[in-house]
Design a binder for this molecule. Sequence first.
Ligand SMILES: [Zn+2]
Length: 358
Amino acid sequence: MERTVQIQAPLPHIKSVNIWLLRGDPLTLVDTGPRSDEALSALEAGLRREGLRLEDIELVIPTHHHLDHSGLIATIVARSGARVAALDRTADYGTSYVERSAADRSFSVALMRHHGVPESVIEANEGFWDFIRDTSEAFATDIVLADGDVVTAGGRDLRILARPGHSTTDSLLVDDASATAFVGDHLLAGISSNAEIVPAAEPTGSRPRARVEYLGNLRRTASMPLDRLLTGHGDSVTDHKGLVRRRLNEHRRRCQRIVAALEQGPANAYEIAGHLWSPRTVAEQPLLVVWEVLGHLDLLLDEGRVSEQKFDDGSRYGKAWFWLPEQTERGDHAGAPTRGSRETSTLYPGVDRAAEFE
Ligand SMILES: [Zn+2]
């Protein structure tokens, strides 16, 4: 009998999320699906196919705190009495889920405002956060794991490794004996994972550099001797080294396109997004495109290929502009771009996949 069973639960926007059933002692689920009737039905149907009921589950391990991976934890625990094991930072988020996601929400509004997203677009996208609130809830963790700890689940030993970047709580669950790992959304076969920008645990004075951290952690994963990565969405990954190489190349190409956009003049992050995606994508997923652009700008800033200037334009948060250093060499550090002197009117059709939604 297969020891690891994939159960797919429906999920708006990106079709489905994988719930992994680990047969063996203790009977375990890795990830849960969102808190919705449809996902719960899909999970129960999947268990029934295995001759099991929800009440049989003994352990639940979320790969990270996102709604589609932890949303049903409280429901499953209430029905089965299962214990929950999670990385310490995932456990922390779960305990204060409502407060933390509310803080993420207000931070994201400030971030969008700061980077040029119009108020009307911000308001029109409140539903993104309503969706998160409505499809998740707080959960308590019984077994709090530190980076590197081992937990027994489904008759095997799983080593938990912190790999933040896509979210602040990402973890891998590595079964060294079979060279297999549950990786959540850290690396996906069919789509490039986003890297969310949320408040830092400790205030640093600048925005968290999630994308830089993410790529560093992807490289660490690429160096691991793994045969199979079981992902949070879609297919498993069997050539993770090759896939990471591809993802790194995609980043390089997108950085190149941002530099090309800035050759037309300085711009804020939202305007840059207008060069990379269709007007519809930019208007409907403003937070995701701002995360994407800022993440790539952080890579370019590290290489000294772009500059950033924050200045007070009278708005509450001021505004950040980005430009190419070599274009601004004329003295007076000036570099500061002249505001209001340009319009972003060239909107290329979307040629990239939209960022992963969750
Ligand atoms: Zn996720």
